[in-house]
Design a protein around this ligand. Structure first.
Ligand SMILES: [Fe+2]
Length: 339
């Protein structure tokens, strides 16, 4: 482990011992804690052991080369945010392009000056630490969402199922990666504002009074406010604010209608209702899949839910479960399915 005074943990990967020692001497002289690796396999093992904050990575090495090491690290959730600087004697454009394609953050072309090395490491370390702080803040919000859910035995697993189903539907519809991320994270965070709704209302067995309904509806505004300060997740605020809007304009908080409602919010809204219908709630027992899909279809016919999205969800659920077609119609209203 590094001493408390360490300026940062750096992993240097190079098959040339002189190059390694030279870089180490420069970094140690500036207060960094340095770990060395001779090749790709050793580098991957050292990343797991030492959790470096910046990696200086040679490209041409026997065994796993630098591109392969970089691609693996950037492909793993645990290591994708560690900045990687390629050390290369190759100044060829094609090689740089390949380095960028596999997720490299920067290049140092050999021979490089010490001052250049130190400047590059310092700036990437700053980026890494900022990212860590943002990730920690996001994790706090996800933990909070789980805590809210854990308070209520009826909704256990609900947010995870909503996020999973919303993401699947988004993929099926060919939505962009940004939209897909909104569906996943928005699926988890959409009801985070319920932290501000009294338990007596959240868990009420009977119908909510108009005043209680108003208190419940505040959760979308409260959720938006909780997540707003975190710039890294601003893109999913529309999901949180608008997941209770209705296609005909009868929803809340803004009475948006049709395609004014962001597609991510329409999807999470529909999936939220579907999952609520097929699980037990304090105010009613669970319905069968066929009954739930029937209710969604009826809501689409009344145009309170987006008909095209409802059809896509029904097709997806039916394909997955390979069950019989749902009964069309359905008497129970979808209002109040997910509060
Ligand atoms: Fe909600």
């Amino acid at each position: 482990m590094d001493s408390p005074e360490s300026a940062g943990r750096i992993l240097v990967v190079d098959d040339n011992p002189q190059a390694r020692d030279l870089i180490r001497a420069s970094l140690v002289g500036d207060g960094y804690t340095v770990t060395l690796a001779e090749g790709g396999e050793e580098a991957l093992a050292k990343v797991a052991q030492e959790l470096p904050e910046v990696i200086l990575l040679d490209i041409s090495m026997p065994g796993l080369n630098g591109y392969e090491v970089c691609a693996r690290l950037k492909g793993s959730e645990a290591t994708r945010l560690i900045p990687i600087v390629f050390l290369t004697s190759l100044s060829d454009f094609e090689d740089k392009l390949r380095g960028i394609e596999v997720g490299g953050d920067d290049f140092l072309t050999k021979p490089f000056r010490k001052v250049e090395l130190l400047a590059r490491v310092k700036s990437l370390l700053r980026v890494k630490r900022l990212n860590d702080r943002l990730e920690n803040a996001e994790n706090v919000l996800f933990a909070l969402a789980n805590i809210i859910e854990a308070k209520d035995p009826y909704t256990e697993g609900h947010i995870f199922r909503v996020a999973t189903l919303a993401l699947k539907l988004g993929r099926r519809l060919g939505l962009s990666p940004e939209h897909q991320e909104s569906l996943w994270k928005g699926g988890i965070l959409h009801d985070i504002g319920k932290i501000g709704v009294p338990d007596a209302i959240l868990n009420k067995a009977g119908r909510l009074t108009p005043e209680e309904q108003a208190q419940m509806q505040v959760h979308v505004i409260m959720g938006e406010r909780i997540c707003q300060p975190l710039r890294s997740i601003r893109y999913l605020l529309p999901v949180i604010r608008h997941h209770h809007e209705k296609f005909d304009g009868s929803g809340y908080p803004d009475g948006l209608r049709g395609e004014e409602i962001p597609i991510t919010a329409r999807i999470v809204g529909i999936v939220d209702i579907y999952d609520a219908l097929i699980t037990d709630r304090p105010y009613r027992p669970r319905l069968s899949r066929e009954e739930a899909l029937g209710i969604l279809r009826a809501a689409a016919a009344k145009r309170t839910l987006d008909p095209a999205l409802v059809e896509s969800l029904i097709a997806m659920v039916e394909e997955e479960e390979e069950g019989p077609a749902p009964v069309p119609g359905g008497a129970a209203p979808e209002e109040g399915a997910a509060r």
